[in-house]
Ligand binder design. Structure first.
Ligand SMILES: [Zn+2]
Length: 119
């Protein structure tokens, strides 16, 4: 994630200028990736046709341990197992577009065989 060299705040999403002080000296910093579920919903009927085969899935706001919040999915557990404040860790997955996407799974990971969000 980017960090501002002037005000030292983390910046997300990536930008040319710091949104807090307008400085341009943003540098990349490696984060733990660990966090907690800040909020979530279980999507059962996606409005986007290409997401329908994935339902039900968890759309969540994750608060990283460094304090930044971002939107993602929680996978490798049943949607009904997700809860507010649940610890999560990052999972990098290939999307059908072949792009790498950042998802999250329970931390510690479930001991049973992982279930993908697509079920
Ligand atoms: Zn700044």
């Amino acid at each position: 994630m980017q960090r501002c060299g002037q005000c030292h705040r983390l910046v997300f999403y990536p930008r040319e200028l710091c949104p807090y002080c307008s400085a341009s000296d943003l540098t990349w910093e490696k984060l733990s990736g660990r966090g907690r579920v800040y909020s979530f919903t279980i999507v059962r009927k996606p409005s986007i046709p290409s997401f329908r085969s994935l339902a039900p899935y968890v759309y969540a706001i994750i608060e990283l341990s460094e304090g930044v919040r971002l939107a993602s999915n929680v996978i490798n557990c049943l949607p009904e197992e997700v809860a507010i404040d649940m610890p999560v860790r990052p999972v990098f997955a290939k999307a059908p577009s072949s792009r790498t996407v950042l998802l999250f799974e329970p931390d510690p990971a479930p001991t049973k065989k992982p279930l993908l969000a697509s079920g």
